[in-house]
Ligand binder design. Structure first.
Ligand code: ADP
Ligand code: ZN
Length: 735
């Protein structure tokens, strides 16, 4: 016992510390990066060994012993452990929870790195079976057979099948009996390295692309490059060239994208151009599929990894380049639990590895633009659209002179008509789903509110319900006012109402609504977008979902129904946000030879924001916003941290933040601004009262010292037990 090494172990509990254990006496030996099974309280927990020591703050006989080492060799390298530590330090988040975010679920649960996987695959007989006649007799069997045919010889693992077709087992049994499919198990540990093939050659680069590429190529070691170019300017072509070079040199590339919806297009483009399918990592995968992708990345048998936010933690020993597409997108920041920015962590990781990072965006964040100005990042502009596409024309519609009915003004309707008549396609954008955002009594003015939040209920007419978009609560749609019994009516509009109105105005036209309500079925969004891209819909109506990265060749008109929310936003980022969302959605218009038109309905056409946007585009908005932020000392000119708390009693939520404030004040306040505690902008949500304390400083180190002191203090604060609280470093939402 006395000679056993002491292990420093990260355990997934909300405490900012490592736990000491004596190494198990059994093989294999626990070295940093291995998982161990340890006793924790009265339970057993899977932990990760971060380091070894000969001493501990505790006497040896007080230290419990690890029960078992779960890995023969370290799962994670020194570099991977560094990233975990860095994340924990920077975001002031318990290291055990960082490990839990970084590891695939199955590993977190203590399952082996190379589990036995049960798969189902089509047999030779199945390959040549007559699907159509099978479909008539046994549609479910035919459906399953088709999935298996798509998957090819490697088959599909059972867990994935269960997710896709929960009732697959019965159909499978019948297919097995007919000899059309078979079942097998693999202990997939080989993970054969797949070398990139030759792939198709891309178009010859235009001058700006060539220049950008040469700048990146000429650089050695760590460097951050912003590819700043409108949608369609050819950013992806530049990524592809760099990726090709890095992969040809035998190294790995990590590509981060904002959401799963964007992966299929990019994945197929990577595949045709590089001749190899990338490993894909996103939350829509089954646990097994995710583990397989993770393992291939870790073994460097996958040269390319494409993933969403959490893929930033994927171990990649030969990492040579990181690409972050749509850098400005908010989904790179996790908004709960460990509130990390995948973009910022990727940059930190690249710095440690001494490799380049390429950020791409048509609407870069002010943070990144400021780094470019300061000379920390290199800005590479692609000013024109590739090919013949011209930038769209902008036009404002004054809602005071041309009032809207059901969200649509006369000039907007005429424009839609005109574009459809000349064989164009229209996209009508409104970032609000449901039928109407408010249900109001025509007599007493009472508004239907959520019982658990300080918010209004949204009317969902198709399902006859009222739904809270903040906590998910739902109840039957009121027919009469719950207060006075008079008639109620929906006020304002959401995408559902727009869809109805468009159907009434344009009978016979094909209209497709794309939002998270209409696209709940798996694969629905891909199908709808594919259909839209092929011109199978005349009018698309939808939310943010429509604005991201999709290419609709026939689209010539983008109509923005309500753009005023952002003009008077309370958040200092409102203008930046709104400009980003308008430019992104406008980028869908006129991507091929025909010029596009963007029409914006506003009740405030004289607001200077519009002139700025229309005349100077995003760069002007960004310049103005940066000047304003510098003046008022907001980020990127200062650093923020937001401490949030929520409790069933309002006083509890505030009391904890009072404790925090007093502690900070006792230490240092000179170069720090403390705002609050105040109620959160939505003071009650899902039955909890919410409050917040904002810390602001131009001295990043000071801010981090304060947080490093505060975190453990709050963890041991008795009054914290009644409160859910969190620290958000570099928050992107101030509520
Ligand atoms: P972005 O990533 O900036 O949206 P893409 O790289 O996807 O732009 O390019 C937009 C379209 O233009 C794509 O269809 C692409 O194949 C094409 N394209 C890009 N670069 C060139 C080029 N140099 N010559 C011809 N076509 C190009
Ligand atoms: Zn609610």
């Amino acid at each position: 016992m006395s000679s056993l090494p002491i292990l420093k172990v990260a355990v997934s509990v909300p405490l900012s510390r490592e736990f000491d254990y004596l190494s198990a006496t059994t093989e294999p030996e626990a070295v940093p990066g291995c998982r161990v099974l340890v006793p924790f309280g009265r339970r057993r927990q899977v932990g990760l060994v971060l380091g070894r020591a000969t001493e501990s703050g505790l006497a040896r006989d007080q230290i419990r012993q690890s029960l078992e080492t779960l890995d023969d060799s370290p799962l994670l390298t020194e570099d991977d452990l560094w990233l975990i530590r860095f994340t924990s330090d920077y975001y002031h988040h318990p290291i055990g929870e960082v490990v839990a975010t970084a590891l695939p679920t199955l590993l977190r649960q203590g399952k082996p790195l190379n589990p036995t996987i049960h798969c189902v695959a089509v047999s030779d007989a199945g390959e040549s079976a007559d699907i159509e006649s099978l479909a008539k007799r046994a549609p479910r069997q035919a459906e399953l057979l088709e999935i298996l045919l798509d998957a090819g010889g490697n088959g599909v693992d059972e867990e994935t099948l269960t997710e896709w077709v929960p009732t697959w087992r019965r159909a499978a049994k019948a297919l097995f009996e007919k000899g059309l499919a078979h079942r097998f198990s693999t202990r997939a540990d080989g993970d054969e390295p797949v070398s990139p093939g030759s792939g198709e050659a891309g178009p010859a680069l235009h001058a700006a692309q060539q220049q950008a590429l040469e700048r990146i190529e000429a650089h050695e070691g760590f460097g951050v490059f912003l590819l700043d170019g409108v949608t369609g300017s050819g950013k992806t072509e530049v990524y592809l060239r760099m990726i090709r070079q890095v992969v040809d040199a035998g190294r790995q590339v990590l590509i981060l994208v904002p959401e799963i919806g964007l992966t299929p297009q990019l994945v197929s483009r990577l595949e045709t151009r590089l001749g190899v399918a990338p490993a894909v990592m996103h939350s829509g995968l089954s646990d097994t599929a995710r583990l397989v992708a993770w393992r291939r990345a870790r073994a460097a048998s996958a040269k390319l990894v494409v993933g969403t936010r959490s893929a930033v933690f994927t171990p990649m020993p030969d990492l040579g380049l990181i690409v972050i597409d749509e850098e400005h997108d908010h989904s790179f920041k996790q908004q709960e639990g460990l509130r990390y920015s995948a973009r910022d962590l990727a940059i930190a990781r690249a710095k440690r590895k001494n490799i380049p990072v390429i950020l791409g965006s048509a609407t870069p964040t002010l943070e990144v633009l400021q780094h470019c100005r300061a000379g920390n990042f290199v800005r590479l502009q692609l000013p024109d659209r590739a090919g013949n596409a011209k930038p769209p024309n902008f036009r404002l519609i004054d809602l005071m002179r041309a009032p809207a009915r059901d969200g649509l003004s006369e000039p907007m309707l005429r424009a839609i008509d005109k574009h459809l008549d000349s064989d164009g396609q229209a996209l009508i954008f409104l970032n609000r789903r449901g039928f109407a955002p408010t249900l109001i009594c025509a007599s007493c003015g009472h508004v239907a509110e959520c019982y658990r939040c300080d918010s209004r209920m949204t009317v969902h007419a198709k399902n006859n319900v009222l739904r809270c978009h903040h906590c998910g609560a739902a109840r039957a749609l009121d027919v009469r006012c719950t207060v006075c019994g008079a008639e109620v009516r929906p006020l304002g509009e959401g995408t559902e109402r727009l869809e109805d109105a468009l159907r009434a105005h344009f009978p016979g036209r094909r209209i497709e609504r794309i939002d998270s309500d209409s696209m709940q079925r798996r694969g629905a969004i891909d199908e709808a977008l594919e259909l839209a891209a092929q011109g199978g819909a005349d009018i698309l109506v939808g939310t943010q979902m429509l604005s991201k990265g999709h290419h609709f060749p026939k689209l010539t008109l983008v109509g923005i129904v309500n753009a005023d929310q952002g003009l008077f936003g309370t958040d200092f980022r409102s203008a930046e946000r709104m400009a980003q969302s308008i430019i992104q959605v406008a980028g869908r218009a006129g991507r091929e030879s025909r010029q596009g038109e963007v029409i914006i309905q506003t009740a405030f056409p004289d607001n200077p924001f519009w002139k700025c946007l229309i005349e100077g585009g995003y760069p002007r908005i960004a310049d103005d916003a940066l000047a304003e932020r510098e003046e008022s000392r907001w980020p990127p000119f200062t650093r923020l941290a937001l401490i949030r708390s929520a409790a069933h009693k309002k006083s509890d939520a505030h009391a904890l933040l009072d404790v925090a404030r007093r502690r900070i004040e006792a230490k240092q306040t000179e170069r720090l601004r403390i705002l609050g505690p105040v109620d959160a902008p939505m003071a009650r949500r899902a039955g909890r009262y919410r409050a917040q304390l904002l810390l602001q400083s131009s001295d990043r180190r000071l801010l981090h010292e304060i947080l490093a002191d505060l975190r453990p203090a709050l963890e041991s604060e008795p009054s914290a037990r009644k409160v859910r609280w969190s620290i958000d470093v570099d928050p992107v939402e101030l509520f």
